[in-house]
Design a protein around this ligand. Structure first.
Ligand code: NA7
Length: 541
């Protein structure tokens, strides 16, 4: 049963009900309140933070540098002090509490309110939203900001229920923590979460076994501690950095190099790759040559450089073949790389084993451990770092009902369709932020929260100013948006990697680009173009 708090009751019909207290939802709450909307926010968690309320697995850490992993409001960044270049989950929680305090947000939030269903009354033109443990809330508009990692994916493994030790998905890790010291730990999955847990477990566990299906082509984080003096020194640079974020493909304060890897000299290419590598963070991914995510030859250069760097850190050539194969398993960067700190070195330790699931699939879980073709290995803790039903999973998990009573799960059973990544035909007066076919997983979260948040708040302001009480996307506009997304996707190397970017991690999920991959500036321009044309692609009345 979810935790229940009823600190803020809502009796009247709201202008806007926001779902989700992460970066996106909190930004909208603040902005809508400032503009005089009667607005309230609900979240299943006990506190603000979105994913950072839940994330507490060992090693959980942001992989975007703190300078731009924060709101651009001066009253916030002028005061908050970061301790590390890539903050851990504890500091992210501090940040959200700080934001809550400074902007006085909690007075408009109901916590412990997990939305289950929502129905639209066509006569009244309002939604009624039903939550566990709370009175239903009525609102003219609902904005769902559920994040791309709202629905953890737990694979069906035979016998999982029988395991007598601790078994947890990383996103559902016990909030009180779990001591791995001297324990036998299994980590299933090698995405960002799996890499982070494995790094920590390797330091303290008696035995760590990491089960890998696909190698994570991870890059060095180069984390740094920040002093008060470092914070003072970084602040004057921030306004310009926030501005760059709005104009960069992935909402970062840097962008791809406007040169092709295939056209520069070998010396220049090598020097550039080395410089990006040395900077750490995502420079090597999102600040690399402009052609490498489109041209396989360019991608080879980027992969080969990465491979040689990584293999040099792994002692056993057979293990190196699994972690950093000579031939790339998929185009480098087409599946989200993560930032690692000492990940590759752990496989040189005696207490760490890598199991290649391609060779030795998991046959089942027993009371004591995991069975592969090698037999049973006993564990005390199993970490399921198996990811999420990404991007669309949040919306398909709630029973929003369209005019015919159909849910997103039913409507999107053969593919996601939206207009501008913020609305779907059949669901009037329902908008979503950081959702499917928006920049979402292709954009730095806080940048998207603000840029898309402003667009959504302007849209709601327009409806209010014009006395419009109903908005619904058209099917035709959705098809145009789908085509825009898919045409770009097909030109890129992204479809060649089996990733959550296209739903390939979930058995039976329709494969398509779940994000808007054409870049944040294009997204903003398209949205503004629609707005300038009276919100083209929507029926307003
Ligand atoms: P990810 O990146 O989706 O990683 C999930 C991992 O779990 C990945 O290595 C998967 O292998 C693996 N996986 C999934 N299903 C299975 C099964 N059935 N058996 C074995 N292994 C499996 O999730 P994370 O939580 O690490 O990170 C999510 C995002 O959060 C990340 O991108 C950052 O933005 C932060 P696969 O690669 O699919 O072969």
């Amino acid at each position: 049963m979810d935790n229940i708090t009823t600190n803020n009751s809502v009796n009247d019909t709201l202008d806007v009900l926001i779902i989700g207290a992460g970066f996106t939802g909190l930004y909208q709450l603040h902005a809508l309140r400032e503009r005089g909307f009667k607005v309230h926010l609900v979240d299943a968690a006990k506190d603000v933070g979105g994913i950072w309320h839940w994330n507490c697995y060992p090693g959980a850490r942001v992989d975007t540098h703190c300078q731009i992993y924060q709101y651009s409001m001066p009253e916030l960044w002028q005061e908050f002090e970061w301790r590390e270049r890539f903050p851990n989950w504890e500091q992210m929680r501090e940040y959200f509490k700080f934001v809550d305090r400074k902007l006085d947000l909690s007075r408009s939030i109901s916590f412990g309110a997990r939305v289950r269903t929502a129905t639209f009354d066509e006569d009244k033109r309002e939604w009624t939203v039903y939550m566990l443990g709370h009175q239903p809330i009525r609102a003219r508009y609902v904005v769902a900001n559920l994040g791309f990692a709202a629905k953890p994916y737990i694979p069906k493994i035979e016998g999982m229920d029988r395991f007598k030790g601790e078994i947890h998905h990383t996103a559902l890790w016990p909030q009180g923590g779990l001591d791995m010291t001297g324990k036998r730990v299994a980590v299933i999955g090698t995405g960002a979460s799996g890499v982070q847990v494995s790094q920590e477990a390797a330091l303290v566990a008696k035995q760590l076994t990491t089960f890998q299906r696909t190698p994570n082509l991870a890059i060095p984080m180069h984390n740094q501690q920040y002093s008060a003096e470092d914070n003072r020194a970084m602040r004057p640079e921030l306004p310009a950095a926030f501005e760059r974020c709005r104009n960069a493909y992935a909402g970062f304060d840097f962008d791809f190099i406007p040169k092709n890897a295939t056209e520069v000299s070998a010396e220049e290419r090598q020097a550039t790759l080395q410089a990006l590598w040395d900077k750490g963070g995502f420079y090597y991914w999102l600040g690399n040559f402009q052609d490498y995510l489109f041209d396989d030859k360019a991608n080879d250069y980027v992969y080969d450089f990465w491979r040689d760097k990584v293999r040099a850190r792994i002692k056993d050539p057979q293990v190196a073949d699994k972690l950093a194969p000579m031939k790339k398993p998929h185009p480098w960067g087409a599946k989200r790389p993560c930032l690692e700190q000492w990940y590759y070195e752990i496989f040189n330790q005696d207490n760490v084993t890598l199991v290649d699931l391609g060779e030795k699939p998991i046959l089942g879980i027993t009371e004591k451990g995991i069975v592969t073709a090698d037999g049973e290995t006993e564990f005390d803790i199993i970490a399921l770092a198996t990811g999420f039903d990404g991007v669309s999973g949040g919306l398909t998990n709630i029973d929003f009902r369209d005019g015919q009573g159909r849910t997103f799960k039913e409507k999107w059973s053969s593919g996601v369709r939206t207009h501008l990544g913020v609305s779907a035909a059949g669901f009037p007066n329902l908008l979503f932020g950081y959702g499917p076919q928006s920049p979402a997983g292709f954009c730095n979260g806080p940048t998207s929260a603000e840029v898309q948040g402003e667009l959504l708040v302007d849209l709601l302001g327009h409806l209010r100013d014009k006395g419009i009480t109903r908005i619904e996307a058209t099917e035709a506009a959705q098809e145009d948006w789908f085509k825009l997304v898919e045409d770009f996707w097909a030109m890129s190397l992204f479809p060649k990697a089996k990733s959550w970017y296209q739903g390939a991690n979930i058995p039976g999920k329709t494969q398509q680009s779940l994000n808007f991959p054409n870049g944040l500036p294009t997204y903003t321009a398209k949205f503004k173009e629609a707005a300038a044309n009276g919100y083209a692609g929507f029926v307003l009345n």
